[in-house]
Write a protein that binds this ligand. Structure first.
Ligand SMILES: C[S@@+](CC[C@H](N)C(=O)[O-])C[C@H]1O[C@@H](n2cnc3c(N)ncnc32)[C@H](O)[C@@H]1O
Length: 261
């Protein structure tokens, strides 16, 4: 009897430990295949001011225009973190032609428009509710990612609508699978891939982006989160792609980037 009680209390403790350390255990099994680098490896614009051996300060180029969508009551979907937004805001400062796969509320589009040079142009594509009703899920793809596409394609007004920088932005309700890139090749300084997170869409968007980015231009991907169900197809594809091209994961973010040399 005592042995039985001991056995069950041990089992209960193990189960409790697994439950409490769920994230750490998951991360152990889903280790990142892609090397992690600091923001300073992306571009010189991220260089800090070195104050002494222990202290760094932000440099003047680190100042950017931001908005916070802090209040949960806003019900804004598909947000990227404020740190990730800031990274893209700095990249926008040095980008004349920008392309975004996946507009959603248009928060990142707005930040990129606010920080890019006055003559910059931003093209962003997204889906509406009608278009998503025609989508068909492919066998083996992430069901959660497919559900998220439907949930996030609900906007017909955007955070940048009726703002001063709206004229920089061209928004198109267009399935990226049908996007014709014939006139878009080698054009873009900055491409942000944050559209559908199913394998076929992430593969399509990445293959197109690789042709659309110009020499010395950058591609950023969002949602590289090994171990998370909704982003499993993003990780699977990026892990595969990173065997052929230099993709890096950015420290403290869910973003990866590639610079076309
Ligand atoms: C995660 S949200 C984008 C978030 C946005 N980039 C931001 O930073 O706020 C995903 C967006 O991708 C769009 N999307 C999903 N699949 C797409 C497809 N095949 N073609 C075009 N847009 C797509 C959805 O309509 C939605 O607007």
């Amino acid at each position: 009897m005592t042995k039985l009680i001991l056995f069950f209390s041990l089992l209960a403790n193990i189960l409790l430990l697994i439950f409490l350390k769920k994230k750490k255990i998951k991360n152990f099994f889903y280790r990142k295949n892609i090397n992690t680098v600091s923001i300073e490896s992306i571009n010189p614009i991220f260089k800090h001011k070195i104050i002494n051996s222990e202290t760094k300060f932000p440099s003047d180029s680190h100042v950017s225009k931001m908005i916070l969508v802090h209040d949960k009551d806003y019900n804004v979907k598909g947000l990227i973190s404020d740190y990730e937004t800031w990274i893209l805001s700095l990249m926008s400062k040095i980008s004349l032609n920008i392309f975004e796969f996946g507009t959603c509320s248009g928060k990142t589009t707005y930040i990129m428009a606010l920080n890019s040079p006055p003559q910059s142009k931003i093209k962003t594509i997204t889906l509406n509710e009608d278009q998503t009703s025609k989508l068909v899920m492919n066998k083996g793809e992430s069901k959660v990612a497919f559900k998220n596409i439907k949930n996030e394609s609900s906007y017909n007004q955007f955070i940048f609508s009726n703002t001063d920088c709206e004229n920089k932005i061209e928004i198109s309700y267009e399935n990226s699978m049908d996007l014709n890139i014939e006139n878009l090749k080698n054009k873009y300084d900055l491409i942000f891939i944050d559209g559908g997170h199913t394998y076929s869409v992430i593969k399509n968007d990445s293959e197109k982006a690789l042709q659309m980015v110009r020499k010395n231009g950058y591609i950023f991907w969002h949602d590289y989160i090994p171990g998370k169900t909704s982003t499993k197809d993003v990780c699977k594809y990026l892990n595969y792609l990173s065997k052929n091209i230099n993709i890096f994961h950015i420290k403290d973010t869910n973003m990866c980037f590639y610079k076309k040399e």
